[in-house]
Design a protein around this ligand. Structure first.
Ligand SMILES: CSC[C@H]1O[C@@H](n2cnc3c(O)ncnc32)[C@H](O)[C@@H]1O
Ligand SMILES: [Zn+2]
Length: 429
């Protein structure tokens, strides 16, 4: 289907960085064909009225665990270690494929409704996430989270190999697969190196939690005599394109290693606040040239997948921490959720900005709402005022996924019903 979005305000998030008022976007098949004046030579099947709307790139949630929406509000007000070991891992041990399928679909509904068009997921039963992605029509990186268990290393690595064979490139190229050793505290050096060998074999990236808590860093110094970042660097992880989630407790040496090795860091301010992990020195990393993307983490540590909330937190938290009002300006926070996320997911050639030749992954935000008036500064509005529920239309790979807030690809009532059912069974299992 060829689309024309007419008379829209465009925030392209490209290098030129101009905001275009009252412009037109032509989408031919799944790509952006033309931006600007109206063209009689381009035949379109549908015209979308963009008046009163802002078009921006779809948001990219670069670190999440989408099956965890089943555990939303299940275990709160705990720090990471207790949360994981006392509450989350015991219940996750009872999860079934069906649970993860419905939990993931619920998350996709929530993501679509709040403007996220691509995500990087780390969880179990990732075939189910792939199945959900095909149905939902959005874009995602599947990573089977690898927590080392005695005697199961080969099986778990083979699961990722299979996942790659079955899903990488599927959904018209909307699905990618990477390798995900969970963290240095759940994977031995040998297992981490085997994960890297697999990533090299598959020619894909690594997704890992790093330096999330003070305790993790202190334990790493006790066990290995170095920080988690130096530890995995010495193991060769950063020879592979790496998505490093959290990176809260990092020193200058760590930042240097991240920069020198083109590691993409994912800031998860909501989860870091709720689990009392701390504040990532995001502005310092960005100033040193590290690519910093944005993520929500799972719905059990956030407790939602609303990237507009995350953009807002990213923009305001560091200001207070650094007592510096220019720390993480609005534009930087929006970049983290768009083009920086695309870079982290090794997708910046295709998504992350609205430019001719790129895939049409974009959202329309209804700015004709009282809480968004007056329209002094659209970028500020995106970071400080827009709510997820202001997203009116979502287009991914040139297809309309949501219009007038109605999701076209998924049966929301059926998903809510099944989530209620499987979540109850899970708790009683
Ligand atoms: C093995 S699949 C992924 C694994 O990660 C757990 N998880 C969720 N949030 C966090 C976090 O903030 N830090 C570390 N691990 C996390 C999730 O529950 C799964 O067990
Ligand atoms: Zn995580």
């Amino acid at each position: 289907m060829n689309l024309l979005i007419k008379n829209v305000t465009l925030v392209p998030m490209d290098k030129k960085n101009d905001i275009l008022e009252n412009t037109n976007i032509y989408i031919l098949n799944n790509k952006i064909e033309h931006i600007g004046y109206l063209r009689g030579d381009l035949k379109v099947d549908r015209i979308i009225d963009g008046k009163g709307m802002v078009a921006m790139p779809g948001l990219i949630n670069s670190h999440t665990h989408i099956g965890m929406s089943l555990l939303r509000n299940f275990a709160d007000d705990l720090p990471l270690h207790e949360w994981l070991t006392q509450k989350i891992w015991p219940i996750e041990a009872k999860l079934t494929e069906e649970d993860v399928y419905w939990g993931s679909l619920l998350s996709m509904v929530e993501m679509i409704q709040s403007g996220t068009t691509a995500f990087c997921d780390m969880y179990f039963f990732m075939d189910q996430v792939g199945k959900g992605l095909e149905e939902a029509g959005i874009r995602g990186v599947l990573t089977r989270g690898l927590i080392e268990e005695e005697g199961k290393s080969i099986i778990k690595l083979n699961e990722t190999r299979e996942l790659y064979r079955n899903w990488n490139g599927k959904g018209n190229g909307r699905i990618k697969v990477m390798v995900a050793p969970h963290a240095p505290y759940t994977c031995s050096p040998d297992f981490i190196m085997k994960s890297c060998a697999l990533a090299k074999e598959l020619n894909t990236g690594i997704h890992i939690h790093l330096s999330e808590t003070k305790r993790e860093v202190e334990d790493s110094f006790k066990q290995h005599g170095k920080s988690p970042i130096k530890h995995v660097y010495d193991l060769g992880v950063f020879e592979i394109p790496t998505i490093a989630a959290h990176c809260v407790h990092v020193d200058d040496n760590d930042i240097e290693i991240l920069k020198e090795n083109n590691v993409s860091v994912v800031n998860n301010p909501g989860s870091n606040l709720k689990l009392a992990s701390g504040f990532a020195p995001v502005d310092k990393m960005i100033k040193k040239g590290v690519n910093v993307a944005l993520g929500t983490d799972g719905s059990s540590s956030n407790n939602n997948l609303n990237m507009f909330e995350e953009i807002n937190l990213a923009a305001i938290v560091n200001k207070a921490v650094n007592m510096d009002a220019v720390s993480i300006p609005a534009k930087t926070a929006v970049e983290m959720a768009t083009i920086n996320g695309a870079k982290a997911l090794l997708w910046s050639e295709e998504i992350g900005s609205i430019e001719v030749g790129k895939k049409a992954d974009l959202i329309l935000i209804d700015i004709d709402k009282p809480h968004l008036y007056p329209h002094h500064n659209i970028i500020s509005s995106l970071a400080y005022s827009v709510q997820g529920s202001d997203v009116d239309t979502v287009i991914v790979d040139g297809k309309i996924i949501m219009e007038n807030r109605e999701i076209k690809t998924l049966d929301v009532e059926k998903i809510k019903y099944n989530v209620g059912k499987v979540a109850k069974n899970l708790i009683n299992r």
